[in-house]
Design a protein around this ligand. Structure first.
Ligand SMILES: NC(=O)c1ccc[n+]([C@@H]2O[C@H](COP(=O)([O-])OP(=O)(O)OC[C@H]3O[C@@H](n4cnc5c(N)ncnc54)[C@H](OP(=O)(O)O)[C@@H]3O)[C@@H](O)[C@H]2O)c1
Length: 300
């Protein structure tokens, strides 16, 4: 190679099955980064833009799969993926299947077992950003399954964002996904309920939100969460700075205020119920985080 010979980077060919909003974003990111791209979608018209940009559209799933060593699936759910992939099991043999659709850990483990039974390397995944952020180097995409498969294809997966490997249990990516989205919805609902509460006195959400977000970010809640994690792991909830009994009072006031102001009270009532359960289990003199002992078990 002479000094002026350009370095050729070989990008792994990839097939994307499923061109909903997310599949289109994944396919676009791969194409933009130079991966030879084959796509398939039940509704083929959705592939038009990608084909105009140089991607190949396959008429059949088996044909799409046969075009690439790495196949990314982004369909509505695992049931849909089962229907779509089942007839193409033979074509998938020896290839890497990366499922980025949403589901439950049990479904991910079943899919991994199905793949193993057909000689297919299987990685599961969960995309933690909306479609417009796919391809951004900071966009977290979670993966679980065989480490060697993840490591071998890390560079390809990095075309989609920041790939994070969680472990060999194929269910881990969707388990983290449920945990993180659960946290997101609880936080958003907390803000919405708070806005409804002050709204019941005529305060616009736009007026409340500045103070609310400043307080939330700087107060006891957000900065200390990670600091409390080791205590959660130890089950150690010293109540010297405030007890669960004291927190039950606060929860009771939130629930009663909601009723008094005529707004939805089920969220604070549920939090109160969980705290009461923890107190009934003997955690009243510990701090609020002792409700973790209730949350770790199935509801009675
Ligand atoms: N959008 C997001 O913000 C986001 C974020 C993270 C994760 N995800 C996950 O990514 C996956 C795809 O999401 P999406 O936003 O692209 O939209 P979606 O509506 O969940 O999925 C659309 C895709 O599923 C296909 N599909 C649905 N039913 C089908 C069937 N019976 N047979 C064959 N194909 C079928 C659609 O094909 P047609 O085009 O033919 O209808 C399309 O390709 C989901 O599991 C979603 O939870 C989405």
């Amino acid at each position: 190679m002479t000094k002026n010979t350009p370095i050729t980077v070989h990008h792994t060919p990839v097939t994307v099955l499923g061109l909903g909003p997310m599949g289109l974003a994944l396919a676009g990111a791969l194409k933009d980064r130079g991966h030879p791209l084959t796509v398939w979608n039940r509704t083929p018209e959705r592939a038009r833009g990608l084909v105009a940009g140089g991607a190949r559209h396959a008429e059949t799933v088996a044909g799409a799969v046969a075009a690439s060593p790495v196949v990314i699936v982004c369909l509505k759910d695992y049931e849909t993926a089962d229907q779509v992939l089942g007839p193409a099991a033979g074509a998938l043999k020896g290839r890497v299947l990366v499922n980025l659709g949403s589901g439950t850990p049990g479904q991910a483990r079943t899919a991994a077992a199905w793949a193993a039974g057909h000689g297919i390397a299987h990685l599961d995944g969960a995309i933690m950003v909306p479609p417009p952020l796919v391809g951004d180097p900071g966009s977290v995409i979670l993966h679980s399954g065989p480490r060697e498969v993840f490591e071998e294809h890390r560079a390809t997966l990095a075309a989609l964002g920041d790939p994070r490997y969680l472990g060999t249990d194929p269910g881990l990516a969707v388990l983290y996904n449920a945990a993180l989205l659960g946290m997101m919805y609880a936080t958003v609902n907390g803000f919405l309920h708070a806005s409804a509460l002050v709204g019941s006195a005529g305060v616009p959400a736009a007026e409340f939100s500045g103070l609310a977000v400043d307080w939330f970010m700087s107060s006891l809640v957000t900065p200390t969460l990670a600091g409390h994690a080791p205590a959660l792991d130890r089950g150690d909830y010293p109540g010297d700075a405030g007890t669960l009994e004291m927190n039950l009072n606060a929860l009771d006031h939130i629930a009663r205020t909601s009723v008094e102001q005529g707004v939805h009270a089920a969220q604070p009532e549920l939090m109160r119920e969980i705290a009461e359960r923890a107190i009934a289990d003997g955690h009243g003199a510990e701090n609020y985080l002792a409700v973790f002992e209730v949350l770790k078990r199935a509801a009675r």
